[in-house]
Design a protein around this ligand. Structure first.
Ligand code: GRF
Length: 230
């Protein structure tokens, strides 16, 4: 299944005795939205990758459910539109319907959760089926949910890491797009492990988004594939 289609403009040049020929040109980059609740370092990694040309996309909007999320300042400094849509005193689905409407209005083709601390309603997930990504600081399916780094340390694993996955209706569960392993060292604390995993998160999130946006990317059951990579 092809997920994202490029917007193309088709026009013809040439006439007279010469056969007309057609040029097909991509007119628009895929527009992504980034959703945050806090610091936004993964958001910044995505925006940096776009600015530096490593990620061929347009940052359409950054949405936060928290008014004073630190990441919002950084997004604004980079000239990206920001929206605060508070979840306070609202049913989950009503909140999500407003977000979905704003995303649709902006022609967003991919939503990247980056430390967005809310479960998405089925309405949201179905509205952007296979077009919502999340980054999680463990090698899923190990250690879903909060405090994944602490869970890994307390379990005594020797290797953990981070995962970019497609969001489905279950927590930290959908098909995996990319993972990166991180060794747990003797004497690691939650803080030291968290910081080494975060470095890897910042590297793989732009790569994973790029993979999902590339032609030939698809999802089959729990597996993701890229025709061009095989
Ligand atoms: C990251 O560890 C991410 O994996 C998790 O939440 C944290 C967000 O950090 N989902 P930041 O806001 O991107 O700095």
């Amino acid at each position: 299944m092809r997920l994202i289609s490029a917007t193309s403009l088709e026009f013809s040049i040439g006439a007279g005795d010469l056969a007309a020929f057609t040029v097909i040109r991509d007119m628009a980059k895929p527009r992504i939205a980034i959703m945050i609740s806090g610091r936004g370092s993964n958001m910044a990694a995505l925006l940096d990758a776009i600015r530096e040309g490593r990620l061929d996309a347009e940052a359409g909007v950054v949405i936060s459910n928290i008014e004073d999320a630190a990441g919002l300042t950084r997004a604004r400094q980079q000239g990206v539109e920001t929206l605060v849509i508070s979840h306070k005193s609202r049913a989950r689905e009503e909140h999500d319907r407003e977000i979905v409407a704003e995303l649709s209005r902006r022609g967003v083709s991919l939503v990247c959760l980056a430390g967005y601390m809310r479960l998405l309603s089925p309405h949201f997930v179905r509205s952007f089926e296979n077009r919502i990504l999340n980054i999680h600081p463990s090698l899923l399916p190990a250690f879903p949910g909060i405090d994944a780094q602490r869970q890994a340390l307390e379990h005594g694993v020797k290797i953990t890491g981070c995962t970019v996955h497609i969001v489905d209706e279950q927590l930290d569960h959908g098909p995996i797009v990319m993972q990166r392993a991180v060794e747990v060292l003797e004497g690691d604390t939650v803080e030291s492990l968290t910081s080494r995993i975060l470095e890897q998160e910042h590297q793989i999130y732009p790569l994973a988004v790029s993979r999902v946006l590339s032609e030939g990317f698809g999802v089959k059951g729990r597996r993701t594939f890229s025709e061009r990579e095989s």
